[in-house]
Design a protein around this ligand. Sequence first.
Ligand code: FEO
Length: 396
Amino acid sequence: MYKPVNLSTDIYYVGVNDRKTSLFENMWPLDKGVSYNSYVIADEKVAIIDTVEAGQFEKWLAKVRAILNGRNVDYLVVNHMEPDHSGAIRILTELYPEMEIIGNKKTIPMIEGYYGITENCKLVKEGDSIELGNNKLSFYQVPMVHWPESMVCFEENNQILFSSDAFGSFGTLDGGIFDDELDFDSYIDEMRRYYSNIVGKYGNPVQKALQKLGGLNIKMIAPSHGPIYRENIERMIKMYDQWSKYEGEEGVVIAYASMYGNTEEMAEVTARAIAEEGIKNIKVYDVSKTHPSYIISDIFKYKGLILGSPTYSNELHPNMESLALKIQHMGISNHYYGVLGSFTWAGAAAKKLNVVAETLKWEVVAEAVEEKHALKADKYEACRELGKAMAEKLKA
Ligand code: FEO
């Protein structure tokens, strides 16, 4: 039994929710789960757009079969090879041996590499299309959104963009599947956490993809994770544009590591000084308590960042070192920056945290504040000055 979910007359949603997996890519917490979206076009020809993670195969296949009602599958479109979408390819080829697998020149070798499949692969390039009857799918390459082979397809007659990872979100679809069936705003934090941590490194490729797809008259965006958009299309595109340009809002993230509370106190004093200057969006995080994916999501949201760490065996506190490296690897640009640190016998943390700004060419709002032992009056005041300088920049 399955009541189909239609995007249009011949196009169906056959995605599944995953509330069991704890970590996406075995890294990113899935507190609200995730959906693996897949679509069936049952026209004169039958096409499936992407599959699901292997463990979700049974649930997914039941939906697909309910739609197909005994028909064969003509095409499997592989927009993206990451196994959360390609995990059911091999078993699907065994069930439908005549099915052609559609991918680009980077997809096809990956299909062989991951699944040993070399037959019935149909190569498509930029602008190619396939006719299914009433529906016609055209293909556009969007390399590095999220992998080199990533592509999207556009159904011309219903003007639906099957956007793969682009415009995806963490969070299961709890009844509502389309954005006008659910509380869109309640998904925004998980959209941004998904974007920033999974695709965020690739701001330039996202910009290129937005420009390329900007010429299409899109009535619906059907991504591979999260809600399908038919009401908030412009809003989604605008958010993606801002995130991929690293255009943060007025606000600041203060992320610190602290063993015995001294660096934490510096963070508190700095946060208070920022608030006194009228900045309301101040997010203070202990990196040993909050998973970095949430901190990084807010770093994408806000223009200001202050990192604080004690010196630990002449290095950064390991949890701050991990966050600082992640930020550098992601190549986040366009931020105002400040540094806090404390030490007991030799200070090294501030110098190491300064490297983040050098690497990413961020504007440093004030000299790093580094205290020996507990916080005392002059460094207390220096923290306040750092906070004021950050607030001034944010308000400018
Ligand atoms: Fe949802 Fe890059 O896979």
